[in-house]
Design a protein around this ligand. Structure first.
Ligand SMILES: NC(=O)C1=CN([C@@H]2O[C@H](COP(=O)(O)OP(=O)(O)OC[C@H]3O[C@@H](n4cnc5c(N)ncnc54)[C@H](OP(=O)(O)O)[C@@H]3O)[C@@H](O)[C@H]2O)[C@@H](O)CC1
Ligand SMILES: [K+]
Length: 494
């Protein structure tokens, strides 16, 4: 899926509607915005498809208004255009009624539409105003559109996709191209909406910059612009003791996982990394790691004893750790000392019977990195992925990194980032261990937790894109220097 000019600030549909109103209050008539929106749609269509028989499906609100504008412009350019309206023309209000008046051709009733004989469909049924599940005639029309096999251009979002959540409200038809306005919406980047949008095209519609600057934007697409300012680029006068010391808990049997974690923490720049492993398996770790220090743990309190050295400023606990008392004790020790702490995998599951006990001890910088299964063990929250991650961060007091093809990172203060750069071949064993190490390694260098989590996810995704299909987790560690070099170059030449 290619995405052009999408920017990185995201606005939920309700926020975009507020921006539209603010623009009108600032003196830009709604009809001017709508004309610009319809023009942008017409240009996107003409730029992508050869002239052909176009069917424009207009809905009862302003999304339909955009459709009428685009239909009028393309017809004036010589496109053979047919228009169908879901609802009564007399019921159209405001800017949509004005836009419909631009269209002088016939308007079919939606239930009369026959998809045969068209080359392309413009879906202008529902956009930001989708308020409930599609049913009845609206659902039937969208189902028939989805089954038509015709290429679809969607206005703002594919109708039926909730722009706030990416969820399908009843039914939705996938588009080849989605044209949205001024800012992307979370639903363009969260599945299943993301897969239904096709190529995403972001068009300006003349919204005054002061209106957007005045929005309290709290949601972003993961982009270095969100976190580059606080990325711990090494200073010329730095030495290993100024670059943090990450302490990784190793397990008794799955020894590969925490080794990947430790190496990732090193690669991303932690000055020192110690892996603490049960004494019985210490030789396994010691034989496999050279520049990572390996400490032997004699009992469940051993990890806490290592934290007596305050220079060990960040802990990464969970990969391969096991579900025993030592994992739980290590996590609680790190949290109670308010060390920067990443809890992943087993260090999350080990709290499934009493998550509140975990949350009560989260007072300092903490990152939780669950996949959906681990998330459900800790958090009884409902809703879309973005809302659930936000609620979990609020409830736990930790930054929550909810993994998946559309990973969401949410902070307790309400900020959230959606990741758009993870290729599917990242879904393989050990990649999560590397991610935990990247985040912990950045936190060891003093990067704030939310930004460290976003940067780790981004670096992870960029490395995976460079490696391509066939990726194994070790490759991510090996590829990190190249990814970091490109990031450093970007810092110098933004
Ligand atoms: N001037 C502006 O503001 C600009 C707006 N712009 C464009 O406007 C779009 C937003 O327009 P919008 O707010 O009118 O919402 P829209 O998506 O057309 O839907 C509302 C209509 O659908 C109906 N409806 C809702 N759910 C339904 C359901 N499940 N099943 C059936 N019906 C349902 C709802 O009915 P009601 O809920 O009132 O009964 C109402 O009639 C935005 O995406 C962008 O494309 C751009 O031109 C820039 C300038
Ligand atoms: K639409």
């Amino acid at each position: 899926m290619s995405r052009s000019g999408s920017g990185y600030e995201l606005l939920a549909p309700a926020e975009m509607a507020a921006a539209d109103r603010a623009a009108m209050d600032a003196g830009v008539p709604g009809s001017v915005l709508m004309h610009a929106a319809g023009m942008a749609v017409a240009e996107a269509i003409a730029g992508r498809w050869p002239r052909g028989r176009l069917l424009v499906l207009c809905g009862p609100g302003n999304n339909g208004g955009d459709g009428f504008v685009a239909a009028s412009i393309l017809a004036a350019q010589g496109w053979p255009v047919s228009v169908a309206l879901l609802g009564e023309r007399e019921q159209l209000r405001g800017d949509a009624a004005w836009a419909a008046s631009l269209w002088t051709g016939p308007v079919m009733a939606a239930d009369q539409v026959d998809f045969l004989g068209y080359d392309l469909v413009l879906d202008a049924l529902f956009g930001a105003g989708l308020a409930r599940e599609l049913d009845g005639s609206a659902a039937r029309l969208v189902e028939r559109l989805a089954g038509s096999g015709l290429p679809v251009c969607a206005v703002d979002v594919p109708s039926g996709v909730d722009g706030a959540t990416g969820c399908v409200r009843g039914v939705a038809a996938g588009a080849a191209l989605t044209v949205t306005f001024e800012r992307g919406k979370p639903g363009h980047w969260l599945y299943p909406g993301r897969a239904l949008c096709g190529e995403l095209h972001l068009a300006g519609i003349g919204m005054p910059p002061s209106v957007l600057a005045g929005m309290d934007i709290q949601t972003w697409l993961n982009d270095p612009a969100v976190w580059l300012d606080v990325f711990p680029f090494p200073g010329e006068l730095g030495h290993k003791y100024t670059r943090g010391h990450a302490l990784v808990l190793g397990g008794a049997s799955m020894t590969g996982a925490s080794r990947l974690t430790a190496r990732a923490a090193q690669r991303v720049g932690a000055g020192l990394v110690t892996l603490a492993a049960p004494a019985a398996v210490w030789p396994v770790y010691a034989a496999a790691l050279e520049s990572v220090m390996v400490a032997a743990l004699d009992d469940t309190q051993g990890f806490a004893k290592l934290l007596a050295d305050e220079r060990r400023n960040a802990c990464i606990i969970g990969p391969g750790a096991g579900l025993g008392a030592s994992t739980r004790e290590a996590a609680l020790a790190a949290l109670r000392l308010q060390r920067a702490t990443v809890l992943d995998a087993d260090a999350l599951t080990v709290f499934q019977d009493a998550p509140q006990a975990l949350f009560d001890d989260i007072q300092g910088p903490c990152l939780l990195t669950p996949h959906e299964g681990e998330f459900a063990r800790l958090f009884a929250v409902e809703g879309g992925k973005l809302a659930r991650a936000r609620q979990a961060a609020h409830l736990s007091g930790a930054v929550v990194l909810l993994k998946g093809p559309d990973t969401v990172i949410a902070a307790p203060d309400g900020r959230a980032v959606i990741n758009g750069c993870a290729p599917p071949w990242l879904a393989s064993g050990g990649t999560g261990d590397v991610l935990a190490g990247l985040a912990g390694g950045l936190m060891a260098q003093g990067m704030p937790v939310f930004e460290a989590a976003c940067a780790a996810v981004w670096l992870h995704g960029q490395a995976a894109r460079q490696i391509g299909p066939g990726l194994v987790a070790e490759d991510l560690v090996a590829t990190m220097p190249g990814v970091l070099a490109a990031l450093f170059a970007r810092k110098k030449n933004p």
